[in-house]
Write a protein that binds this ligand. Sequence first.
Ligand code: SAM
Length: 205
Amino acid sequence: MSRRWITERRREPYHRMAKEQGYRSRAAFKLKQLNSRFGFLDGARYVLDMGAAPGGWLQVAREVVGDRGLVVGVDLESVKPLGLNNVMTIVGDVTDGETLKQIIRLFPGKVDVVLSDLAPNVSGVWDVDHLRQIDLSRIALMLSEKLLKPEGWFVVKVFQGFEYNMFLEEVKSTFSFVKVVKPKASRKASAEIYLVAGNLRNFRK
Ligand SMILES: C[S@@+](CC[C@H](N)C(=O)[O-])C[C@H]1O[C@@H](n2cnc3c(N)ncnc32)[C@H](O)[C@@H]1O
């Protein structure tokens, strides 16, 4: 990490706000902004957060869900405990079927919201990073189809690139409501974008 990068990051308003407001990541503000526009967390009881470390989205989801229900986070990295009894975290790789089984077992039934902020460690070779990220997003899409209630929501971060349109079509054929959004807290220069999707087209019990 260069000194210039660290200085710029510290100067960045959302980084500062995250520190001041006790959020573990600036990403927390992206989820807040998406939820204030679409309200997918409002009234939700069961929420899955994929790619949860260090825990910013978990904090925001738990704030809205409150102490009823369950918020489950999964990540390759461990998440420092939030100290709240209805937040559970799994250390695991979502490309591993065992991790997916573990997630499914934690929920007593269907889920209201599946969130995915999954992103691989970037190699710097954009096509490679983009494809890896889309692969992770496809796993999140597959799991959302399996876990969500018919009126549930799927919110996913996507790195734009040559597979993006194909992935967007896959999300559109799975959900009848799909919006593409760039929240203010997402850096303009970054190629990430968020899809907010709702209402499963083919609900399977
Ligand atoms: C942008 S960060 C998530 C930030 C988080 N939403 C927050 O607010 O704190 C992306 C996360 O995806 C996780 N990740 C990447 N590949 C993964 C995989 N195969 N299985 C589980 N987590 C993965 C990374 O470890 C990283 O913590």
